[in-house]
Design a protein around this ligand. Structure first.
Ligand code: 15L
Length: 268
């Protein structure tokens, strides 16, 4: 892979990538609707609102691969999710097809499958069980990825990302945490591995309490370097300070599941 575009570059994950992917690919094009903090002289930035197709086409033109992080990264009102994550995601895939882009790595989320119980270990072949409008938008992005791979031959990797950070911050994150360095490893598999057609990987480090079977990523050579268990004590101390939330504690998506939850009022 030569020329790479990263959307959503001003966000948390984008900020990690600016540090960790510097020099890995020549002349990475960073894009966001917001300006980038501390733009270095050797960084290339193009502002774009990807809910506008013309702007999406402009940033996509001339690249070989895209890391699509752009969009709203948590639950939000339907209008917000619709524009940023449904229309915006469609525009990126469609612009990529029109402009002859070869690969897309799509930042999906654990919230596409958040309503699986924590008691169940899931692989990448399960039916989606979104826990929020945000999770639905990530399931939509995965479906778009499959369509553009099967019908148009784009090579697509969907990363169901857990929680990205330097350390897991509570009990749930002990299961789903990923260090930015391990995420970069997954992204590079999506951009470079010759056998990728359409793949789903879990974005998690080597976590002892994982709820996900990530053997598909390992089949492509993923070797996570970090373990959530190394931070267990601090994470459990932080957990002890949280208010009890039985619905969040039952399901993998945690507070995304208990937020607006009223199934019990309908006898479920
Ligand atoms: C996500 O998908 C969000 O983007 C991130 O902000 C976290 O909330 C994460 O999931 C999580 O589940 O912890």
């Amino acid at each position: 892979m030569q020329k790479i575009l990263v959307t959503g570059a001003a966000g948390g994950i984008g900020t990690h990538l600016r540090r960790l992917m510097k020099g890995v690919y020549p002349g990475i094009r960073w894009s966001d609707v917001r300006p980038l903090a501390n733009l270095a002289k050797d960084e290339i930035f193009m502002a774009a609102d990807i809910s506008n197709m013309a702007e999406a086409e402009k940033i996509v033109a001339g690249v070989d691969g895209i890391v699509h992080l752009g969009g709203h990264s948590v639950e939000g009102p339907w209008e917000t999710i619709l524009n940023a994550n449904i229309v915006g995601c469609y525009n990126i895939f469609e612009a990529a097809r029109r402009k002859g882009v070869k690969r897309i790595v799509f930042a999906s989320s654990n919230h596409a499958v958040g309503f699986y119980p924590r008691s169940r270990k899931i692989g990448v072949d399960v039916t989606v069980r979104p826990d929020s409008r945000y999770g639905v938008s990530k399931a939509f992005g995965e479906a778009l990825g499959a369509l553009y791979a099967d019908k148009h031959g784009l090579r697509v990797t969907c990363l169901r990302i857990g929680n990205v950070g330097e350390a897991p911050v509570d009990k749930r994150r002990l299961a789903i945490w990923i260090r930015p360095e391990d995420l970069v490893q997954l992204i590079r598999i999506g951009l470079d591995h010759p056998d990728v057609r359409f793949e789903v990987f879990y974005g998690a480090s080597d976590n002892a309490n994982a709820w996900w079977d990530n053997s598909n990523a390992r089949r492509f050579g993923y070797k996570p370097q970090f373990k959530a268990d190394d931070y267990r004590e601090a994470a459990m101390a932080a957990e002890a300070k949280l208010a009890p939330d039985p619905i969040a504690e039952k399901f993998q998506g945690g507070p995304f599941c208990s937020d607006e939850y009223d199934a019990d009022k309908r006898g479920a």
